[in-house]
Design a protein around this ligand. Structure first.
Ligand code: HEC
Ligand code: HEC
Ligand code: HEC
Ligand code: HEC
Length: 374
């Protein structure tokens, strides 16, 4: 299995995490609890949802077995004081004394870890999903997204945010659909997976087209490089690379900003170009050396290694990061989205929220959930 992906969507995240590893929560203190006394409380108040064995009885209920005691204790305090919101847990935690909280935390922490079975959860790699979905595009966009049909764009190496936005524009009717009308509605997750897959494909260099003069086109591109990158290799996830793109498609795309495609910046920059200028610019970009957007091969595992610097430390009284291996997948997805969307507060976790796409959250969550608990 080829695992080479997470691309630009994850890159900024990875960097953020490396920078913030030092700022872990240092306030937590390991509670000394009485597990036997905690079991009585668990039996009375928690069993219905978390099981007496600490395995959540339904999707999105977290497993508590073998979780660090101080993390469990901290979480209960956070429900109690409203830092984490959940009505039922707030009520329960409020009724429990300080000693009860320590004891019930000690009980769940003392249980053997949960491992989800392969039937419970399968790791879904966005790369593999994208590859499967991309089979429907190959007849027009070429194997691996290198189009050999004049007028049809290559997708190989394209910037992932741009690719998602472009497909949404066809769906929403912001672009004339043409050949793309065969495109069925795709959900955001599938779109992102497609984008991650194509971003990682190697774009091939093209021959000069039968029209236009690349040398005459070059000076005009001085207007374009600030956004589209040097020689048309974009380094911005939302701006398309033009290097190595099909020349006929480039001409059609530029002209479409005069009519159907709406983009304030682009409309302004191409408004002054004559048809001849456009042919020349297209010939210039088509013949430049293309480069894939995803220059840093990163797998889910590599990304998880960054998370593990906090989450997979040996139990320590100064680190309140919970264990995640064997955790319920839906619960992990839910909590990561909650940090990203500002619905769950954590000084440590919120720094990583912005660049998170649903596809990456899904892949990290399913990876952790599919690992044996420890
Ligand atoms: C009605 C079902 C229900 C009951 C009963 C219940 N919980 Fe929970 N518990 C949940 C759900 C759902 C969540 C996830 C809430 C969220 O999104 O923050 C949760 C979350 C937690 C968490 C946070 C886990 C983590 O990984 O962050 C802890 C700790 C916890 N519960 C402990 C307990 C304890 C101790 C009891 C008994 C005193 C209890 N719960 C009773 C449903 C329940
Ligand atoms: C029947 C042929 C056909 C199929 C099948 C097809 N496309 Fe296209 N696609 C085209 C053509 C032609 C265009 C150029 C349309 C235009 O001028 O806007 C295009 C444009 C695009 C663009 C815009 C590219 C850019 O640089 O702006 C994206 C993205 C895209 N297709 C993605 C896909 C994906 C993903 C699939 C498969 C799920 C797919 N297409 C299937 C023919 C096809
Ligand atoms: C202010 C930034 C900016 C400048 C300057 C700019 N572009 Fe763009 N360009 C964009 C963005 C953003 C898009 C994607 C817009 C969309 O979704 O339609 C785009 C789209 C395009 C496309 C469509 C690509 C595709 O795959 O469909 C072409 C072709 C293009 N630009 C050519 C040019 C040329 C030629 C110039 C210079 C004359 C230029 N652009 C200047 C930002 C810019
Ligand atoms: C710098 C340390 C650090 C790094 C790096 C880190 N985390 Fe966390 N994480 C924490 C802390 C501390 C908490 C507990 C915050 C709270 O109480 O809400 C946490 C909580 C979580 C939770 C909630 C789990 C639960 O049981 O409720 C999830 C999910 C999570 N992190 C996922 C990740 C992922 C995925 C990564 C890597 C992409 C990551 N974290 C990287 C420190 C870190």
């Amino acid at each position: 299995m080829k695992i080479s992906i997470l691309s630009a969507l994850a890159l900024s995240l990875t960097l953020t995490l490396m920078a913030c590893t030092e700022k872990a929560d240092t306030t937590a203190k390991a509670p000394e609890g009485d597990a036997a006394a905690g079991k009585v409380i668990a039996e009375r108040d928690c069993k219905a949802c978390h099981g007496l064995d600490g395995k959540g009885i339904a999707p999105a209920i977290p497993n508590l077995a073998a979780q660090r005691a101080h993390y469990l204790y901290n979480s209960l305090k956070e429900y109690k004081n409203g830092q984490r919101s959940h009505a039922a847990l707030k009520n329960m935690a409020t009724k429990l004394s300080e000693a009860d909280l320590r004891n019930v935390a000690a009980y769940f922490a003392s249980l053997p870890p949960i491992s989800n079975t392969a039937a419970d959860v399968k790791h879904s790699s966005p790369y593999e999903q994208g590859k499967a979905a991309a089979a429907a595009c190959a007849q027009c966009h070429g194997e691996d997204g290198n189009s050999k049909t004049a007028g049809t764009p290559s997708l190989a190496g394209q910037q992932p945010h741009y690719l998602v936005a472009a497909i949404q524009e066809y769906h929403q009717g912001d672009r004339a659909k043409g050949a793309m009308s065969s495109l069925r509605e795709t959900d955001k997750l599938e779109l992102e997976s497609l984008a991650l897959y194509f971003a990682a494909q190697k774009p091939v260099k093209r021959e000069a087209p039968g029209f236009g003069d690349p040398v005459a086109g070059e000076p005009t591109t001085a207007l374009c490089g600030g956004c589209h990158g040097a020689k048309g290799v974009s380094v911005d996830g939302a701006t398309p690379s033009l290097a190595g793109q099909d020349a006929e498609y480039l001409v059609k795309a530029i002209k479409s900003y005069r009519t159907t495609r709406k983009n304030w910046g682009m409309q302004r920059y191409v408004a002054g170009l004559s048809d001849k200028d456009i042919d020349n610019v297209a010939a210039y970009y088509a013949t430049q050396e293309p480069k894939a957007a995803d220059q840093l091969p990163t797998s889910t595992q590599e990304l998880a290694a960054k998370c593990d610097r906090c989450h997979d430390q040996p139990a320590s009284p100064t680190m309140a990061a919970p264990k995640m291996r064997g955790q319920d997948k839906d619960y992990l997805v839910m909590s990561l989205r909650a940090y990203r969307d500002g619905k769950r507060d954590s000084s440590t976790m919120h720094t990583m929220s912005f660049p998170y796409s649903n596809a990456i959250i899904e892949s990290l969550a399913s990876w952790y959930a599919s690992q044996p608990g420890k």
